[in-house]
Design a protein around this ligand. Structure first.
Ligand code: SF4
Length: 340
């Protein structure tokens, strides 16, 4: 029998994001925008996965602020605590407990084959065990809530497949508890940074904060790499290879796109003017979110309350799963051995 997801009329979804501080355009296009839409017809668990951040460079002094700033970005972007469970991973200890229990079935060979592990560990002299075991914790994050689906970028598909493998192996050995979560792939594809090459990320410093004021948006966007064949202002350009144009598709009024592409091809609008339109579109798109974020920063207790009650709801759900897991793995010895 294939175990079903947790009961409820809406399919359950889990997704997490590392607390790298305020969200940036890549986070928004690759995840947050889709998460906001998923709330319409899914039961969503959105988690700030602070324990995953421990496998990379982090400072204990900065981590709490990074968590808080990401929570503000979540709420400003439209994640709704009335409809979704929004919480911080370390507030629910069952994530790490389940990750440890999954060590019983997680195959080391598969962990070593993960592309992200190979890429990151290749640059390290001493590899922390957490880097290898990261996908086990990720599997625990998802399976703890018996999620039916997980919104993921293509670079996370391999980790999700491993989570499915862990669910299969655990179920085969201990009984059917975990459904195999399916991927929900976003429509944004790979979001390229302003440098025109690498994936957009804070660590590559090739992005824009979603809550940046218009001046800052412009100062970032004006540095964006464009079609390299366009050297002089009146050279014909190729919008289809220009990353500025691909960002226009996300943020600029669709009615203006034919004009932007046409003027680029004809060499009748310079890249600086084209970028200025993009910067204005981005700043305008995020204006309501900047307002919501300002209100949240003025009332931090509200953010605390939302995360507090989100964690309580998540813990209750996690406990339901863990009771079955502990029982199936023989860890409820008091129930099984009679008191003398
Ligand atoms: Fe890119 Fe715009 Fe310049 Fe064309 S005009 S190359 S779309 S920045």
């Amino acid at each position: 029998m294939v175990p079903s997801q947790a009961s409820g009329p809406r399919p359950r979804v889990f997704s997490g994001m590392q607390p790298s501080g305020e969200a940036h355009l890549g986070n928004y296009l690759g995840a947050l925008r889709q998460w906001v839409r998923l709330q319409e017809d899914h039961e969503c668990f959105f988690c700030i996965v602070d324990q995953h951040a421990l496998t990379g460079d982090f400072s204990p002094e900065d981590l709490p602020k990074r968590v808080f700033d990401l929570a503000v970005s979540f709420l400003a972007a439209g994640l709704d605590p009335e409809r979704s469970v929004i919480f911080v991973q370390s507030d629910v200890p069952a994530h790490t407990e389940l990750a440890w229990l999954f060590n019983a079935v997680a195959p080391v060979g598969e962990l070593e084959r993960m592309t992200q592990y190979k890429d990151k560990s290749a640059k390290m002299e001493s590899i922390p065990a957490g880097l290898l075991n990261y996908p086990i914790l990720q599997a625990a994050d998802i399976l703890l809530y018996r999620a039916a689906a997980v919104p993921v970028g293509e670079d996370q598909l391999q980790h999700l497949e491993l989570a499915r493998e862990i669910a299969r192996r655990w179920n085969a050995r201990f009984g059917d508890v975990f459904p195999e979560p399916k991927p929900i792939l976003g429509d944004a594809g790979r979001i390229v940074g302003l440098d025109g090459g690498a994936k957009m990320s804070k660590s590559m410093d090739n992005t824009v904060r979603i809550l940046a004021e218009p001046d800052e948006v412009w100062s970032r966007v004006r540095t964006a790499v464009t079609d390299p064949q366009r050297v002089r202002r009146d050279d014909p350009g190729r919008p289809e290879v220009c990353n500025v144009y691909s960002l226009h598709r996300h943020f600029t009024d669709p009615a203006r796109l034919p004009d932007i592409a046409g003027q680029c091809r004809a060499g009748t609008r310079g890249c600086v003017d084209c970028k200025r339109i993009l910067a204005e579109s981005i700043a305008e798109h995020f204006a309501p979110m900047r307002e919501r974020a300002a209100a949240l920063h003025a009332d931090p207790a509200r953010v605390h309350d939302i995360l507090h009650s989100g964690a309580a709801r998540a813990r209750a759900e996690a406990e339901t799963t863990m009771a079955r897991v502990r029982d199936a793995m023989g860890l409820l010895w008091r129930n099984a051995v009679p008191t003398p």
